[in-house]
Design a protein around this ligand. Structure first.
Ligand code: SAH
Ligand code: SF4
Ligand code: F3S
Length: 474
């Protein structure tokens, strides 16, 4: 057993608490009580919530989407930007009247925000109606914490200040039935100067390859068609281990599994993205020809200040290589506007990089100061207004590029995994091309979960609309 993994002894110890919680709940409720679980943040958090829900289900809870009906409310929080934290504070505050109406309701908070001492202090002082708070490194102790919360009269706060452990053999309650998240590693070693993630997620821990491959096999046999391998920096998978396998080798292994499915992964860090990985993507038929490769800034001085360990030139070289070996590749990215001290010229370098690469889509963020990070101590003379102006200029540019790209899709037919009803228009279905472009079309609900051919008829800015042609095998 990998020493970064929760021991078998601890797992069995936690199982005893699962049994104890089961008996408390069956004595307290005449039918299965209901839990409301809401997740903020990235897919890593979504995957954690699927495990937390698996544990809750095992303890005896069912789930509800209606807070008013819930006996237990859990928010899995994100700390990446101030806005994310503010939303959590607002939504937790809004739970107070529910608890007043139904004092037996238990409220819990977990995730990245709760791994931070100053946030836990604030919660303890200002939100006395919250019953349980635990950090990302304490998820494996969830049954024990639930038992303490349900059996004692006191608030339970727990966030070990260690590097976190990998939790294996936990039940997973998956949110979707065609698309699955498969964590391959946890934590981050990169310490980009603006980013809180390494402080709240601990150091990199890679799951054992056999565990990942077995989980992939299980997903395929359960009918999952779209598997996304998750990690903050998947390209450093296997580093500092004795696995003898890197990320490219891992996707090759998964690609060789029997079945009709597509492999995606995120996030890739350009500093560790290799030509070997791009060649592997090109040669593996089940790997989506899509890469999410965050560049953050197009200017070398800013990249250095961010501690990203690559240059604009190195980034563009990777992109050009990817386009050479996969001419249809879809490239998406993250970018930060208004990093402390970013000048107009430096921002213009970001714009010119965006023009050069022509991303399919971009996740754009205004820099947000995070307590405890090196960038929070840097001089930041640029006004909020100027940052907003730059942000708008960047979004406008990307919108034009995206519109140009989607226009090129018009009239072409794409293989699409139909994921469900469209969020924009309930009379349409929504799916995703291999390149991760969302496509909406009219069709019967029985198409959900299937691969279908859809012909694009109406390109919009970010997404496209089309008409259903036929169902594909599989
Ligand atoms: N591990 C991934 C990113 C995880 S966080 C990577 O390195 O690529 C997702 C995105 O949030 C980052 O890529 C970055 O663009 C953004 N982000 C992180 N910290 C931020 C901050 N303090 N302010 C604004 N955006 C931030
Ligand atoms: Fe944050 Fe950088 Fe790690 Fe990504 S690689 S999670 S941006 S520190
Ligand atoms: Fe947020 Fe934590 Fe993910 S800070 S972005 S939920 S790793």
């Amino acid at each position: 057993m990998n020493k970064t993994t929760v021991s078998e002894e601890e797992r069995l110890f936690q199982h005893q608490f699962t049994l104890k919680v089961q008996s408390i709940l069956s004595a307290r409720y005449d039918k299965r009580p209901l839990a409301f679980v809401h997740t903020y943040g990235c897919q890593g958090n979504v995957a954690d919530s699927e495990r937390i829900k698996g544990m809750l289900y095992e303890m005896g809870y069912d789930f509800t989407d209606d807070i008013g009906q819930a006996d237990f409310v859990l928010y899995n929080t994100c700390a990446v930007r101030e806005h994310a934290e503010d939303r959590v504070f607002g939504n937790v505050g809004a739970l107070k009247p529910y608890k007043k109406d139904k004092p037996s309701m238990k409220i819990a908070l977990c995730g990245c925000m709760m791994q931070q001492q100053h946030i836990r202090d604030k919660m303890y002082k200002s939100y006395p109606f919250v019953d349980l708070v635990f950090g990302t490194h304490a998820i494996y102790k969830f049954p024990q914490l639930m038992f303490e919360m349900l059996s004692g009269g006191k608030r339970v706060y727990f966030a070990p200040d260690d590097n976190g452990l990998i939790m294996e053999d936990v039940p997973v309650f998956r949110d979707k039935d065609s698309k699955a998240w498969l964590p391959i590693m946890y934590g981050c070693n990169n310490f980009c100067t603006y980013c809180i993630v390494p402080y709240v997620r601990g150091r990199e821990r890679s799951r054992e390859p056999e565990r990942i491959i077995n989980e992939a096999k299980e997903l395929i046999s359960q009918g999952y068609k779209d598997i996304t391998l998750l990690g903050q920096n998947v390209n450093s998978y296997g580093k500092n281990t004795d696995f003898n396998i890197d990320f490219a080798d891992l996707i090759k292994e998964i690609n060789s599994l029997e079945g009709d499915f597509i492999i995606r992964f995120m996030t890739s860090h350009p500093k560790d993205c290799t030509k070997k990985l791009l060649d592997t993507m090109a040669s593996c038929d089940k790997v989506a020809k899509h890469i999410h490769l965050p560049f953050q800034s197009g200017n070398d001085r800013i990249l250095k200040q961010m501690n990203r360990h690559y240059t604009r030139e190195k980034y563009l070289e990777l992109i050009n290589y990817a386009k050479k070996v996969m001419p249809d590749i879809s490239i998406t990215s993250d970018v930060i506007v208004g990093f402390p001290g970013e000048t107009t010229e430096e921002f213009n370098d970001t714009l010119s990089l965006i023009k050069e690469v022509e991303f399919t889509s971009l996740f754009t963020f205004i820099y947000s100061k995070r307590e405890g990070t090196p960038a929070s101590l840097m001089d930041d003379p640029i006004s909020k207004e100027e940052k907003s102006r730059r942000f708008k200029e960047l979004c406008d540019l990307q919108e034009q590029i995206a519109a140009k790209r989607t226009a090129k899709m018009n009239g072409k037919t794409y293989r699409v995994l139909c994921e469900g009803i469209s969020r924009n228009d309930s009379s349409l279905l929504s799916g995703r091309t291999d390149g991760n472009v969302i496509i909406e079309f009219k069709g019967d609900n029985s198409l959900i979960g299937k691969y279908v051919n859809v012909k694009v008829t109406q390109p919009l800015n970010w997404i496209v609309r089309g008409e259903f042609i036929n169902v594909l095998n599989g």
